[in-house]
Design a binder for this molecule. Structure first.
Ligand code: CA
Length: 212
């Protein structure tokens, strides 16, 4: 949401180039309507917007329990302004003028954090529901996982293109386990329940998400 058309055009182009789907609002009322009626992975909100300003817009979203991660852009950079933005419910804050690479990096980080916390993650044409530790297969069939199986699959599915080392998975999913062999054991369990392709082995490195 950005009322500066030139900046908005440029940002939209950059994000589309990076493979994002972008929707824009030129003023706050439209932005509020979009954010309340659709699901986004992240919002970038300019603080100084016509009709409904960025801070007010964000407060209204949070009052409606819209939990989408928000990065706020602002022309001001003093501490009070930053605190106001964060108090209104922004996860992050960037002062104009900014480097486009920094904005991209911040949005990637926001998106990752969002996925790390999401209960429902896509697995190809199926879904992992971490809240209930179940996988919905593309056929509609449901498979129940143990808590540890679900946590391991969640770690892989939250960053589906990343190769995860056994060490990092042991640390993140099996805190307290002494050896990395526990990761292999749970990969074996997941393959047994969901098919051999669900986790891919990347030889000499670790594992990544495969396909159902
Ligand atoms: Ca503005």
């Amino acid at each position: 949401m950005e009322d500066d058309r030139e900046l908005g055009d440029m940002l939209a182009e950059v994000f589309v180039d990076q493979g994002y789907t972008v929707e824009r609002a030129l003023e706050g009322q439209r932005g509020l309507h979009l954010a309340l009626s659709r699901r986004y992975d992240a919002l970038i909100i300019d603080r100084g917007l016509p009709v409904v300003d960025g801070l007010d817009l964000l407060r209204r979203l949070r009052r409606q329990a819209v939990a989408v991660p928000v990065l706020m852009l602002t022309a001001f950079g003093d501490l009070a302004d930053r605190v106001a933005g964060l108090d209104a419910g922004a996860e992050d804050y960037l002062v104009k003028p900014f480097e486009i690479d920094e904005l991209l990096a911040r949005v990637r980080a926001l998106h990752r954090r969002n996925l790390d916390q999401a209960a429902l993650l896509p697995l190809g044409d199926g879904w992992l529901d971490s809240a209930s530790s179940t996988v919905r297969l593309p056929s509609g069939e449901q498979v129940t996982l143990s808590g540890r199986e679900s946590r391991l699959l969640h770690a892989l599915a939250a960053r589906p293109r990343q190769v995860h080392t056994r060490a990092s998975l042991r640390q993140r999913v099996f805190d307290g386990a002494r050896t990395e062999a526990i990761v292999d054991t749970y990969v074996y369990y997941l393959r047994n329940k969901l098919g051999p392709g669900v986790v891919r082995t990347v030889r000499g490195v670790g594992y990544r998400l495969g396909e159902l």
